[in-house]
Design a protein around this ligand. Structure first.
Ligand code: OGA
Ligand code: MN
Length: 278
């Protein structure tokens, strides 16, 4: 089976043209996985589907993350929303998703991929942006790569959340500081042999580096990686199905009118390899 795909930008994002039955059957799963890790983001449009079908589809690609099951039949379903009634745990920290991040940097093995599908759309703002961290690494100066390949970054909750909420209370900041931190290599050499930058706003500092130098390096890499040429911006429509390779991209939500009740149905696949140095 050959999947029809159209590139949306040169370096990231493709739209796939496929019908629902083919997606759900798993007949194109291998091709979708391969394309996903090469293009970072894949979109299928005008697919009317249910939460169950969204789950069936993502399970063709890997190992479904279950999390805590809230309601029978909701296995793996996460509602991405600011609405505390719909998903109190998510709503509490969702503001951090407005800054560039990789999901799961506090885990040893960050999730592989995520599939989103709108349930309620915003009326203003609310696009989701993605950048390709393979392409960003690839384009760095060759003489800098061997040094960058040796660095380790500490990821913390307070590094991720404070810039998104600089008017937080001292108690809130203290609470973020109680979450466990996690160190990862800055440059991820994937099992495939390809390399990407394991970058996220959660990156607090580089181990063993002078604090000012570390700050400037992480800022510089963030600016480099989020340039327009590595970016795909998704403007949501109902019946979109969007998936991203969390191991080779960063993403962020653009601000939107929270009273709109914007809500996306999300399923995530467990990671398959830890972030490994070169
Ligand atoms: C996420 C996320 C962005 C958005 O689900 O991990 O960051 O636009 N979502 O909702
Ligand atoms: Mn996210």
């Amino acid at each position: 089976m050959v999947l029809t795909a159209v590139d949306l930008t040169p370096r990231i994002g493709s739209e796939i043209k496929v019908d629902l039955d083919t997606l759900l059957s798993g007949a194109v799963a291998g091709e979708v996985r391969d394309l996903l890790t090469r293009r970072g983001v894949l979109i299928a449009r005008d697919l009317e589907m249910t939460d169950d079908q969204q789950r069936t589809f993502i399970k063709t690609l890997g190992d479904l993350r279950l999390g805590t099951v809230k309601k029978e039949g909701d296995e793996g379903l996460m509602k991405v929303t600011f609405d505390e009634k719909e998903n109190p745990e998510y709503a509490k920290f969702f503001f951090g998703s407005l800054l560039w991040h990789m999901d799961g940097t506090y885990e040893e093995v960050p999730p592989f991929a995520t599939v989103l599908r709108p349930k309620v759309l915003h009326t203003r703002g609310g696009d989701t942006e993605f950048v390709n961290t393979y392409a960003a690494y690839n384009d760095l100066p060759e003489d800098e790569k061997p040094w960058l390949d040796t660095l380790t970054v500490v990821h913390t909750m307070q590094a991720a959340l404070f810039p998104a909420k600089p008017n937080c209370s001292p108690e809130e900041f203290a609470l973020w500081c109680t979450y466990p931190e996690r160190s990862h290599p800055l440059v991820w050499r994937h099992r495939s042999g390809r390399k990407s930058l394991a970058l996220s706003t959660s990156g607090s500092h580089v181990v063993g580096m002078d604090p000012t130098e570390s700050h400037d390096l992480l800022q510089r890499l963030m600016i480099h990686t989020t340039q327009e040429k590595y970016l795909y911006r998704h403007a949501w429509r109902m019946n979109d199905l969007l998936m991203w390779d969390n191991t080779g991209t960063m993403h962020r939500a653009r601000p939107f009118d929270t009273e709109s009740g914007r809500m996306l149905a999300r399923f995530t696949l467990n990671g398959e390899e830890p972030i490994t140095a070169v």
